[in-house]
Design a protein around this ligand. Sequence first.
Ligand code: ADP
Ligand code: MG
Length: 252
Amino acid sequence: MTEQSKLTQQDTVIELRKMNKWYGEFHVLKDINLNVTRGERIVICGPSGSGKSTMIRCINRLEEHQEGEIIVNDTLLNNDIKNIEYVRRDVGMCFQHFNLFPHLTVMQNCCLAPIWVKHMPQKEAEQTAMKYLERVKIPEQAHKYPGQLSGGQQQRVAIARSLCMNPSIMLFDEPTSALDPEMVREVLDVMVELAEEGMTMICVTHEMGFAKQVADRVIFMDRGEIIEQNTPDKFFDSPQSERTKLFLSQIL
Ligand code: ADP
Ligand code: MG
């Protein structure tokens, strides 16, 4: 087999081609090219305001891009609502501020999408929810409300809730940056486990220990551009651009 045919056989699940986005006049993402293969774990870092959240939100169409292409699981993201729904079913997302429904219990939060989007019978949805609440090690919290839980527990519920939809890709947007320091580890541990089980993941995070532990690739963004990307070893040991060096000197 030639190198080229090996490459094309690799299973690309997310592809961004010359993707550009503006907020009004403001050019927030500039010619973004990105290929993610099945099972790949990517960490994105970069200064605040560099476009990290906007980029990953474009991947499940929480934000709309204006130029270039985004293809997720062979589906082109355009204005076709069917395509958008198809992609969202298969792409889970966890945010900095958890975004749980405060008036619903943990169990109800977890069952909502499987029942309403996938038309799963309630009993099966509850069983699925318990399976994932056990996986994130909080089955005993199932009947509490989010407000009765710690931040770390709430984020683990948010992860379990996403997993209940059985996604093939998970996007994380600074999932630990709103947490008290003593709760960061418990959330990272869940993410490490997911990574080790082969989940395709894109994580915006400044947890560089996590990046070194699980990432296949670290991507550095600044001012709407991907400045450099490399394996964690090379990225941290020999950053190429001055902007990356400056950023790393500020966070490490
Ligand atoms: P990051 O996640 O890297 O901190 P963001 O993607 O949140 O960056 O934001 C990138 C830039 O886009 C910032 O300058 C931010 O102020 C701007 N921005 C983000 N969301 C909006 C919006 N809805 N409307 C206008 N500007 C926005
Ligand atoms: Mg952000």
